[in-house]
Design a protein around this ligand. Sequence first.
Ligand code: AGP
Length: 623
Amino acid sequence: MCGIVGYVGDRKIEEVLIEGLRRLEYRGYDSCGLALNGEKSGIYRKRALGRIDNLARAIEGHTPSDKRSGIAHTRWATHGEPSEDNSHPHCDCSCEIVVVHNGIIENYSSLKDELEKKGHKFSSQTDTEVIAHLVEEKLKEISRGAGIKHALPEPLFFEAFRRAVNLLSGSFAVSALWVKAPELIMSARMHSPLTVGMGEGENFLASDVSAFLKYTKKVYFMDDGEIAAIRRNSAEFYDFKGKKNNKQPSIINWDLSMAEKGGYRHFMLKEIHEQALSAQNTMAGRLLPFEEKRIFSEIGLDFNEAARIKELQIIACGTAFHAGLVGKYVFERLGIRAAADLASEFESRAALLDRGTLVIAVSQSGETADTLHAVKAAKRNGNKVLAVTNTLGSSITREADYTLYTHCGPEIGVASTKAFLGQLIAFYMLAVNFSHARGITDPQKAEQLCRQLLLIPDLIEKTMALENKIEKLTEAFSSKEHYLFIGRDLSYPIALEGALKIKEISYVHAEGYAAGEMKHGPIAIIEKGMPVLSLALSSQSLDLIKGNIEEAKARGADIIAVVDEESKKTVKARHYLEVPQINELFSGALAVIPLQLFAYYIALQRKCDIDKPRNLAKSVTVR
Ligand code: AGP
């Protein structure tokens, strides 16, 4: 997830842009850059690796005096490692058009191929650069009379930009400048936020309002499929066909701290709400039409080598381990043996691995010391390692032989939510592809499973409808000091994750257990009124989990059951949290959401520091 800022007006533009970027730095900052559009001096572009201070120093004393507008960007890399060449703004062949972008252009490689055939020269590995060359190509097309005749630069730029964005698929918030229209910023939004701030004789643009809230509280929130033409005295909105939208502005009553969180009280809640988008971005361009070699060629693993892999060893810590445990169950359901170990407990076992076993190391940050240490132990044993990570260029990507990125954007809350969701999606995709490569899952079944995966973002949104019910429910439980989370089979790791979430942000005691283990000891701790959160979704083990629920209830437990429409008919609980029906294989992606929300609202009731819980760090870089 990157940060975009734009400005047109009489202030010192570079100051407005730099200040705006600083407000968005939490969105990721492996590099940044800006472009200014001068009446006579043309386009001035400067980019820098690392923090925004580096950019501020680089432009000092070098910016043109006749600038009329500007755009800027802070980058969280998704395509192309962090480097100056891959930093935004990107430009067309003559650098008369500059573009900044947040999101993922799914069809960029085919667009790039076509543009290169037309002679366009690219200077980066990013998907974003394609947009600048597309606008350039459309300007030529219109000027050649292939489209509408235009005398004035601004309508010409508008039409070229509009045609270009109509060719894009995926998620994008994009803004562009053209040297011949120095008073105009063109922007478009599809599945990635973009807001326009309205001043007096000046206007602003940003990924979120925190970038310009100090100047104005009058804001337009752009909608998906919308284009904006922003000038100093106007902001006009159109659909992608060019039909004008009559939008009403909002008046923001957030303070700056809330604005950075998009109006949510905490980053954790914002990130729970981003999970549908994280799932969508992690699947983008990787599933349909089903092509058996696609994901393997993306990670650099030869298909025939993938077809020979008979066993997997998954290693990770904390929440990432819980995702890996789900991955183990899913791989095994699709016919491939898999083990999952805590990275901190793996080293002594590494030497016992068969060399043909593929090790999958999961780490959101890619910097967790225990996981990196375990990866090195596996490498010493001669095993190939596939990293699943959310952070481009992180240490784990340099240690691993292959890397599959989740595309969840930076996760700020210490308690991992959207990154966990992205890790589940990664395992679902890997399990389907490896099972097909082994000849266990046929192409038709693989295609069908991919179609079911693509339903997940909408089902996540539907699951979020539980939020108000859960907020209310937690009022009755916020004084409790002990919780039990139980689940079986594919839901067992979700029970572990639910217990971890509530522990790490509410500081209460909570245990996740395989429900079948209850009678082997844990049931002794159940007292009257003890909350037992039970994963009771439609599954081959539903009857058994119902028995465990009855056992707990008989000892006074207060049962909160996560169910689906089918299982709700027969599960006997005091409280029901119903999630949409989904293929059991992928049920974890929905079942975890009520547990995340439950943990969040318990912590809120207990007035805990939810984004920065005591004693914890976002990335544990020590062993
Ligand atoms: C999860 O909410 C915790 N923040 C923690 O368990 C985390 O998942 C673990 O430290 C692993 O981090 P990683 O994914 O960056 O390796």
